[in-house]
Design a protein around this ligand. Structure first.
Ligand SMILES: [Mn+2]
Length: 195
């Protein structure tokens, strides 16, 4: 089973994350930040990844620690679930539109953390969600999943649409990259033999 259960407790957040890479998109998500819940739901649904995420965070200050730390814990869960990456497709990409918005996400389970993020949000807030936090989420994920991640919002006027397309495309790209390639016959997808 390609699953992982992560518990991460700090003075700022207490988080539990469970994932199943071979799931159906079943999810239970409650982070205390409703817009983040909505975005994590996109990852589960469009990634066909079972995802349970619970966070008790210091949202009385603001949403920063919760969003960043959920990204960290989710990254830890992916790193654990893919294990030694034998037979993994490794690379994944997706373009996702939502009305006028269009985003592209490309991921490589390279073992090297790198975030290349170009999302020109048209507004500073989506409801009461600070759009700066989207980058914090992905940086936390990248640092702990040890992936190279390119996120580009190519078009978009509505900031909710912009953000939703990057999370949907992230889910689709994760699905592609973490699937087992039956032709790989269990080989690690690197000429080095190790990832
Ligand atoms: Mn929405």
């Amino acid at each position: 089973m390609r699953t992982a259960d992560i518990t991460r407790n700090t003075n700022e957040t207490r988080i539990r994350v469970s994932i199943n890479l071979d799931g159906t998109g079943r999810q239970t998500i409650n982070t205390g930040v409703p817009f983040l819940d909505h975005m994590l739901d996109q990852i589960a649904r469009h990634g066909l990844i079972d995802l349970d995420v619970h966070c008790d965070g210091d949202t009385h200050i603001d949403d920063h620690h919760t969003v960043e730390d959920v990204g960290i814990a989710l990254g830890q869960a992916f790193a654990a679930a893919v294990g030694n990456k034998a037979g993994l497709r490794r690379y994944g990409h997706s373009y996702v539109p939502l009305d006028e918005a269009l985003s592209r996400v490309v991921i490589d389970f390279s073992g090297r953390p790198g975030l290349h993020y170009d999302v020109p949000f048209t507004r500073a807030l989506i409801g009461r969600f600070d759009v700066d936090l989207a980058r914090e989420f992905f940086q936390g994920f990248v640092n702990h999943a040890l992936v190279t991640l390119h996120i580009d919002n190519i078009k978009g006027e509505n900031a909710h649409h912009q953000c939703e397309t990057i999370f949907k495309a992230f889910g689709r790209a994760l699905r592609m990259a973490t699937e087992v390639d039956p032709r790989a016959n269990g080989a690690v997808p690197s000429t080095k033999g190790v990832l």
